[in-house]
Design a protein around this ligand. Structure first.
Ligand SMILES: [Fe+2]
Ligand SMILES: [Fe+2]
Length: 181
């Protein structure tokens, strides 16, 4: 969904504790709804319901505007240097704590598909952590990152700067399927 127009979200505000909790919950819910609707849109398209697909895509976009507005009022959108630090911190938590714990539970319970989806995410978060770290250094020095393309495996999310590998080292997807940004 490349979209030139991005809303100017409402300003951050000093919030009551309960309102802050409410907006955090709403941010999580709206973010999930947006992702679900994109997945539902893809399924509708596969099943030949092109107009249902379009409806899900439109409502996904609407939910993402709600998520962005909630995030903004919560004070969760800083300048780019701050945002890179926040993004690095989020990836680091997922790598160090969240996904290793989820992986252990999935294996312990013998859930193969769950272990795979967790493994894909854990692996890609390591890519993201490194890239955010390097990019944060550039931006701290007042520089944009260079123009090298960023390529993403559409199956596991493996993320590389520059050329995609012939085969994804995490899931085996061929180079030509990588998405370029
Ligand atoms: Fe990530
Ligand atoms: Fe992959």
């Amino acid at each position: 969904m490349a979209d030139g127009f991005i809303n100017t979200p409402p300003k951050p505000e000093k919030l009551g504790a309960m309102t802050a909790e409410n907006l955090k919950a709403a941010l999580a819910g709206e973010s999930q709804a947006s992702q679900k609707y994109l997945a539902f849109s893809a399924r509708a398209r596969e099943e030949g319901y092109a107009n249902v697909a379009r409806l899900f895509e439109a409502v996904a976009y609407a939910e993402s505007t709600h998520a962005r507005n909630h995030l903004s009022v919560l004070g969760g959108i800083g300048n780019t240097g701050e945002n890179l630090k926040a993004a690095f911190g989020g990836e680091t938590f997922e790598i160090d704590e969240m996904y290793p714990a989820y992986d252990a539970v999935a294996r312990m319970q013998g859930n193969k598909e769950a272990a795979t989806t967790v493994r894909y995410a854990l692996s890609a978060e390591k890519d993201h952590q490194k890239i955010y770290d390097a990019t944060g250094t550039s931006v701290a020095g007042g520089h944009d990152r260079d123009a090298t393309p960023v390529r993403v495996c559409p199956i596991c999310g493996h993320t590389v700067i520059g050329d995609a590998p012939e085969e994804c080292p995490v899931c085996g997807t061929a180079k030509e399927h990588f998405r370029t940004f």
